[in-house]
Design a binder for this molecule. Sequence first.
Ligand SMILES: Nc1ncnc2c1ncn2[C@@H]1O[C@H](COP(=O)(O)OP(=O)(O)OP(=O)(O)O)[C@@H](O)[C@H]1O
Ligand code: SF4
Ligand SMILES: [Mg+2]
Length: 347
Amino acid sequence: MEELLRVSDLKLQFRSMRGVVKALDGVDLVVHEREILGLVGESGCGKTITGLAILGLLQRPQAEITGGEIIYRGEDLLTKNDGEMQSLRGREISMVFQDPLASLNPVFQVGHQIETVVRIHKGVSKRESRETTRKALAEVGLPATDETLKRYPHQFSGGMRQRVCMAMALACGSPLLIADEPTTALDVTIQAQILNLLLRLREELGVAQVIITHNVGVAAQTCDRIAVMYAGTVVEEGPVVEVLSRPRHPYTTALYQCLPHGHTASELQTIPGSVPDLISPPSGCRFHPRCKHVLDVCPTVKPKPVQVGDRHWVSCFWATGEDGAALGGDDAAKSVDDAAQRAKVTS
Ligand SMILES: Nc1ncnc2c1ncn2[C@@H]1O[C@H](COP(=O)(O)OP(=O)(O)OP(=O)(O)O)[C@@H](O)[C@H]1O
Ligand code: SF4
Ligand SMILES: [Mg+2]
């Protein structure tokens, strides 16, 4: 499969009243044509800002990209100006935002909103944009009627609003869709419908996707590959089945062990410690204060991604034995050999 998007060593910081937030500390990920990549991790690890950075939507001057590359179809998006990024958004890459209500304009009918976006990006007539809008609404399972086109965002349910946002993304025909927590606010039945819709978009229209989610189960059900983020870094990336059944990074392992699997509340596991403050993040490996396998090298040196399998990368000295320590991957695998099963059960 052809490579569509490659993010390499992306570093990003925010200026805030409290100080500089070192929010992304070297994000690496790859998305191929027609592929679905899951970007998973705890709240605050940097999933949304990674998506916003790809689309050039971060607010400047508070947000500053301090390093790395975002290569889309061979071109570095970080070298593009505002006008170039504007024309690329929607046409090449679309995003369905974490809060669909906030991303739709409350004072305009949804038909008008989608048609406007289509006209701007495709330069087509009013009639054509209306046709495209109807087709996109039908593709996401909404009635393509005048009644739907004339409704305002607040007149839809949460699940329908997600579909409206997906229709908007689809109507522009972009080959890459970034869906930020597409199912989080929805009940289980609607969640399943939205996930099926995302799968259909890939099968029928060939849309590659980055699905951002804190729910490993959602990633297990939907994605081909998975990138696990911790405190602004991708710590493990690989084929979803391999990463779920043989996780190498201690954080990935811990994340799966926290999944409920028919346990009572008292049996549920948590990851000791807390997510670090990114104004003064831990040195070396950012996971080291919480890691039960921490080595002497970990507090001082940041591990680099090392390939441990076919398209499977891990950033951890213990898992890869990069500093000469014993390989830890097999132990990690034993403790989570039913991870994929668990993830499916809890989605
Ligand atoms: N404008 C901003 N100014 C300062 N810090 C910010 C800003 N936007 C995001 N951050 C910080 O960047 C980090 C990553 O935020 P992000 O929204 O990407 O997290 P997330 O992984 O999407 O979390 P969630 O699962 O809760 O949506 C957080 O620590 C957040 O506080
Ligand atoms: S690099 Fe060290 S601290 Fe980080 S996850 Fe691996 S063993 Fe733990
Ligand atoms: Mg988010």
